[in-house]
Design a protein around this ligand. Structure first.
Ligand SMILES: NC(=O)c1ccc[n+]([C@@H]2O[C@H](COP(=O)([O-])OP(=O)(O)OC[C@H]3O[C@@H](n4cnc5c(N)ncnc54)[C@H](OP(=O)(O)O)[C@@H]3O)[C@@H](O)[C@H]2O)c1
Length: 136
């Protein structure tokens, strides 16, 4: 991913975050479905400080920050490393490469969810660390 100059790495300073009981959510890929998930998470009461969205294009990241107030990143691995719940929202053809990119950053116990259609749980389990709870 190449937009690190504008889409900054996720902030790790939670001192101003008053919702530290909420799981930290990372939404990877913010097209139609990713933004829909993002909107739903915020509507459910999540603090935007607890949500990070990744985007490949800096202008998309800026749009998401302005519209939703969430943090954005161009670095999927860094976003995953700080998340309790990860939502994969890229096209099915891009899921394999994304899993290879994030797998080293998935901590034990991180919940990985996907909205991609047509891929089996076995597809994910083969690419994620053993024992990662996953749900399609
Ligand atoms: N749309 C629906 O009604 C619908 C319904 C059910 C399920 N789904 C599932 O939802 C998933 C997403 O579909 P969509 O319609 O939301 O597609 P989309 O609008 O094309 O969004 C996909 C997004 O993923 C981004 N992306 C791709 N690779 C990335 C990477 N490595 N890191 C970060 N971002 C990356 C793309 O960035 P760029 O813009 O830079 O290319 C794009 O913004 C698909 O797997 C689909 O099966 C969609």
């Amino acid at each position: 991913m190449s937009n690190d100059t504008t889409a900054s790495a996720p902030a790790t300073d939670d001192r101003t975050d008053d919702q530290q009981d909420q799981p930290r959510v990372a939404v990877l890929g913010t097209g139609v479905m990713g933004e829909t998930v993002l909107t739903g998470v915020l509507a459910a009461g999540w603090s935007p400080r607890r949500v990070v969205a990744t985007a490949r294009r800096a202008e998309r990241a800026a749009e998401l920050e302005e519209t939703h107030g969430v943090r954005t990143s161009g670095d999927n691995g860094a976003a995953v490393a700080e998340a309790d719940v990860v939502v994969l929202a890229v096209k099915p053809k891009d899921i394999g490469a994304l899993l290879d990119e994030i797998s080293p950053h998935v901590e034990p116990g991180t919940l990985v969810l996907t909205v991609a259609v047509g891929l089996s749980c076995a597809f994910y389990e083969a690419r994620l660390p053993q024992g990662t709870p996953s749900s399609a």
